[in-house]
Design a protein around this ligand. Structure first.
Ligand SMILES: Nc1ncnc2c1ncn2[C@@H]1O[C@H](COP(=O)(O)OP(=O)(O)OP(=O)(O)O)[C@@H](O)[C@H]1O
Length: 722
């Protein structure tokens, strides 16, 4: 007999392990190590549990036993670690099956509901339990099985009459059973559950319910086999996302795509996690080397820094060494610097563009033109579409630009923009959008030269490009990225959510050479927020229509959470001073936490400064969230809405959600003059509020003074306390 064995751990087992004390956790690690070395080691006492079952037990230490599933000759799956007394008392309580829908292995403990303590957060003000009626009695067994519910659990599911019982059962049920029953319990229609919850995790090929070797390999069997990951689990220095992907997430990560692919989905559904795992997956297939063939990019600096930290946690220095992690503007500026195309020009912020146009028109004495209009035309059409010549501009489509232009007007505008360019250059300035446009041009030329058979052959810069926060990139950014990687399998992988677009970049990817048709998927299960917070955040989105980055529409159908918590608080005050009292009061109610778990979000920097003053006056440490994130980890973090992308807090207050502030008062001037722009700006402000409202994990409070923001529906406003 050979000595070594393969031992994997099922995701549910690690939850049990984490509940043990440190010494016992250490014992589990020792056990696994010994077992892999030689499962026949007499000290492990490996033996079948009941008849010809695949279930076996082995000794971890005096009081603990490991339950293992024997997959194949020297291949085992650790499914549970239990106290000795629980293992042998009633062997019929454990069941295992290959799920016919997902093809994954499911192991369940059939202990009666009521035996264990509910492990989830249940709101203190939970509604009274309904009368004794079986929760799922409107569905037949066949229907539940069709949705992928675990068969051995059916008798218990039939008995459920209260939410508490449901929560208890689902705490130990397989993932798909949990997902399906929650969706049905939330009132999602059967057909939608089938389409949104079950279909994305259906096995790609027919499932053989006896083939455990095939089953253990499928995404639906959430396991880990790698030693370092196991060690990390045991050492507690890990987070679950690093190891256990949801089957839907894992499928997207490991899929082979024929071209660019896109993953959408609401806030907190793990898009960034998927992007990071995708990078690791692609890196595993690279030939060894010391270069960086994978680009991982995102919108801004602190998001890129966060990606680096998380990628390091996921795959260590070895992985990070193969990946170029950089935010998109910095990437563009690198290209321009490398080509010495920027001279010594200094980059100025794009929001200064209207003022600069104003100065230019004044200085050059060009009457009859509106600086705002020209700034938008230059930014969105000329730079936005990387137009290089007057002819290109004549032919360009001008979607979302409101009024149409005659040929003569286009000609004049083109000339003006050329002069404006020189004017900026003479002042040693250019904007981030100009940098992006220049970089796109350089990379497109470089790619075109690569196709030539001339002596200087240019290889594409990257083999794979992975983009997070894809909704915020501009057309020039996409053109640059497209040119940096050769079209082909697994070339580009994008994650993002247009409901969270907070910069004014609207694109149609196919027109930019990034063809995601037929390769677009969506995640729907939020791992971050409670269903109570999620429901209220969705209310704030009422009535708005969002795009899918490719000319179509996208919604958040099926977006849900398995986490529960208290209902968000909504309160209005007469004045801003009184609202600050509300903030202070809420912070007190939550126990004045200054450990970095609480944040206050407001529309402007001035308001942020005033909140900081108020909290400081109360003797609390309050710190501002800057462009690189919070200035220090501790204290109460206070920042404007733009700063919250990529952050997560346990509790949050969103304050000054008042009419005139959310959306910004200034956008009203476009209402009649440029209704399309008005719509876009209004949508952007709504997205900012949505992003903020979906950052807290457990609790949310929303305040305003005077008239509440129009984004707060009357249902939300009426919920306020007297
Ligand atoms: N498979 C998983 N297991 C455990 N936690 C997960 C998993 N996937 C995601 N999470 C957690 O959910 C939270 C949100 O994940 P992530 O930031 O990737 O979501 P996102 O979709 O990119 O969100 P947003 O759109 O708001 O930026 C994080 O705390 C992450 O650790």
């Amino acid at each position: 007999m050979g000595t070594g064995a393969n031992l994997r751990m099922l995701d549910r087992a690690d939850k049990e392990v984490m509940k043990l004390n440190r010494a016992d956790i250490g014992a589990v690690y020792e056990f696994m190590h010994k077992f892999r070395h030689n499962p026949e080691n007499p000290g492990l006492d490996l033996k079948p549990l009941g008849g010809d079952s695949r279930l076996m037990s082995a000794r971890v230490k005096r009081d603990y036993r490991a339950l293992l599933l024997h997959i194949a000759d020297r291949d085992y799956l650790l499914v549970s670690v239990k106290h000795r007394s629980e293992v042998y008392d009633d062997l019929s309580r454990y069941a295992y099956r290959i799920n016919r829908v997902t093809g994954g292995i499911e192991v369940v403990d059939l202990a009666p509901v009521g035996d264990s303590i509910v492990g989830r957060v249940v709101p203190p003000d939970a509604e009274p339990e309904p009368a004794q009626k079986a929760i799922f009695d409107t569905y037949t067994d066949a229907q539940l099985l069709e949705l992928g519910v675990s068969e051995p659990l059916l008798p218990q599911i039939r008995e459920l009459t209260t939410e508490a019982e449901l929560l208890e059962l689902l705490d130990r049920a397989p993932q798909l059973t949990t997902d399906v029953l929650f969706a049905l319990y939330d009132g999602t229609p059967y057909a939608d559950v089938l389409q949104q919850v079950t279909e994305p995790v259906r096995a790609d090929e027919p499932v053989d319910p006896e083939d455990f070797e095939a089953a253990v390999q499928r995404p639906a069997t959430q396991v880990t086999s790698d030693d370092e990951a196991l060690q990390a689990i045991i050492g507690e220095a890990f987070e679950r996302w690093q190891i256990f992907l949801h089957p839907t997430q894992r499928k997207l990560v490991e899929k082979k795509y024929k071209g660019p692919a896109r993953v959408g989905g609401g806030p907190g559904t793990g898009k960034t996690i998927v992007a990071l795992h995708r990078v690791a997956h692609l890196a595993r297939q690279l030939p060894s080397g010391s270069d960086k063939p994978i680009l991982l990019t995102t919108f801004n600096r602190n998001l890129a820094a966060d990606l680096r930290t998380r990628l390091l946690a996921l795959g260590g220095q070895e992985l990070v060494a193969r990946v170029d992690i950089v935010n998109i503007d910095r990437l563009a500026s690198r290209v321009v610097t490398e080509a010495k195309a920027g001279g010594s020009r200094r980059v100025v912020d794009d929001n200064r563009v209207p003022d600069l146009w104003g100065e230019f028109l004044l200085e050059t004495g060009e009457p009859g033109w509106d600086a705002e209009f020209l700034a938008a035309e230059w930014t969105q059409v000329i730079l936005g579409q990387v137009l290089n010549s007057r002819t290109e501009y004549f032919k360009a489509r001008r979607p979302n630009r409101g009024r149409s232009l005659t040929r003569i007007e286009r000609d004049q505008i083109w000339q003006l923009t050329e002069r404006f360019n020189h004017w900026l250059e003479a002042r040693g300035m250019w904007t981030w959008r100009q940098v992006a446009q220049r970089a796109a041009r350089l990379e497109m030329d470089r790619a075109a030269a690569g196709g030539e058979t001339s002596g200087a052959f240019h290889r594409p810069r990257y083999r794979h490009v992975v983009v997070d926060e894809a909704q915020d990139l501009s057309a020039a950014h996409w053109k640059m990225l497209r040119a940096m990687v050769a079209p082909g399998p697994d070339d580009m992988f994008l994650t993002g959510d247009t409901h969270q677009r907070i910069y004014d970049n609207h694109v149609t990817l196919s027109s930019l050479g990034v063809n995601i048709r037929g390769r677009s998927s969506r995640l729907t299960l939020s791992y971050r927020t409670t269903r109570q917070i999620l429901a209220d955040a969705l209310q704030m989105m009422t009535g708005e229509v969002y795009d899918d980055l490719d000319g179509g529409e996208e919604d958040l159908a099926g977006y849900r959470s398995l986490l529960r918590g208290g209902r968000p608080v909504f309160r209005g005050a007469a004045t801003w001073a009184q609202e600050r009292d509300l903030i202070a009061e809420q912070v007190r109610t939550w126990g004045n936490p200054t450990d970095g778990s609480l944040a206050v979000c407001v529309p402007t920097r001035e308001l942020a400064a005033e909140v900081i003053n108020r909290l400081t006056a109360d003797g609390l440490t309050a710190v501002e969230i800057g462009p690189d994130g919070p200035q220090q980890p501790d204290g109460i973090h206070v920042g404007t809405m733009h700063r919250f992308k990529g952050l997560e807090y346990q509790r949050m207050i969103i304050a000054a959600v008042s009419d005139g502030l959310v959306p910004r008062q200034m956008i009203h001037r476009y209402r009649d003059s440029d209704p399309k722009r008005y719509q876009r700006e209004r949508q952007r402000d709504r997205s900012l509020l949505f992003v903020a409202a979906t950052r807290p994990r457990d609790e949310l409070a929303v305040f305003w003074h005077g008239t509440p923001s129009p984004f707060l529906t009357s249902r939300l406003v009426q919920r306020q306390l007297p």
